[in-house]
Write a protein that binds this ligand. Structure first.
Ligand code: ADP
Ligand code: MG
Length: 245
């Protein structure tokens, strides 16, 4: 069981000429689920990109550490190796590379478990658990997949790689109720199975009925403007963000 913490302190970051995150702080511990809610344009995806080191974003101040390791000093693949995973809001198509191939390659650089399991077997087991059609395992990554299938695919990668911390950028967008339940349940189980820590960016309360948050943060203008328990998600759902901007 993984134990540790992902600590974001006073993070300031953006794109050239524009500061988007303006001093953001939060700490996620292993096994915890933190929800990040916030209006469009509040900087949620920017946070996800900056955590993973996407080119084009610059860090202007603050720190991000995973068990004391300075993530911001590392290239993306080494952040992944340290145990960080990002489920993208808009998963990209990778023609010519199958899920099996990409997961096998990723497992080589992300040795999160002592005994590497049979990847093929785990892919099939995990695909069945979240209702991801096995026919897609050997086809080009995300090519011709619907929005919902792509989100199941992101969840499948998460459950196969077993990272220590996962940032889920609107994993619920484009999912119907059944898919939402499958995805939410799988992530919830991961927090218990290997102590996954989760930063779940979402607009909607619906996901959080399945993936129960320990802490809810409201983001506005690139800052955390409110933090509370699961009840905060319900309040935001009913009253909107007007009170926080
Ligand atoms: P959210 O995910 O909360 O909707 P984003 O983090 O995507 O918000 O965006 C925050 C703000 O920064 C928006 O105004 C957006 O247009 C801007 N922004 C983010 N990334 C870029 C980028 N790569 N180029 C230009 N503007 C960007
Ligand atoms: Mg976004």
């Amino acid at each position: 069981m993984s134990t540790g913490e992902l600590v974001i302190k006073d993070l300031r970051a953006g794109i050239p000429g524009r500061e988007i995150l303006q001093g953001l702080s939060l700490t996620v511990r292993s096994g915890e689920v933190h929800a990040v809610m916030g209006p469009n344009g509040s900087g949620k995806s920017t946070l996800a990109h900056v955590l993973m080191g996407r080119p084009g974003y610059e860090v202007l101040g603050g720190s991000v550490t995973l068990d004391g390791i300075d993530l911001l000093a590392l290239p993306t693949w080494q952040r992944a190796r340290a145990g960080l995973f990002l489920a993208m809001q808009h998963p990209i198509e990778v023609p010519g590379v199958s899920l099996v191939e990409s997961m096998t390659a990723a497992r080589r650089i992300v040795p999160t478990e002592e005994n590497v399991p049979d990847m093929d077997e785990r892919l099939h087991t995990e695909a069945a658990r979240i209702g991801f059609d096995e026919r897609f395992l050997d086809r080009s990554l995300n090519v011709d997949l619907s929005g919902g299938e792509r989100k199941r695919n992101e969840t499948l990668q998460l459950s196969v790689l077993r990272p220590r911390f996962a940032v889920l950028d609107e994993i619920d967008s484009g999912l119907d109720v059944d898919a939402l339940a499958d995805v939410g349940r799988r992530v919830q189980e991961a927090t218990e199975e290997w102590g996954l820590g989760v930063l779940a960016i979402t607009h909607f309360h619906r996901l959080l009925d399945v993936l129960r948050p320990d802490v809810v943060h409201v983001l506005a203008g690139g800052r955390v403007v409110a933090t509370g328990g699961a009840e905060l998600a319900g309040i935001v759902d009913r009253s909107g963000y007007a009170a926080y901007s």
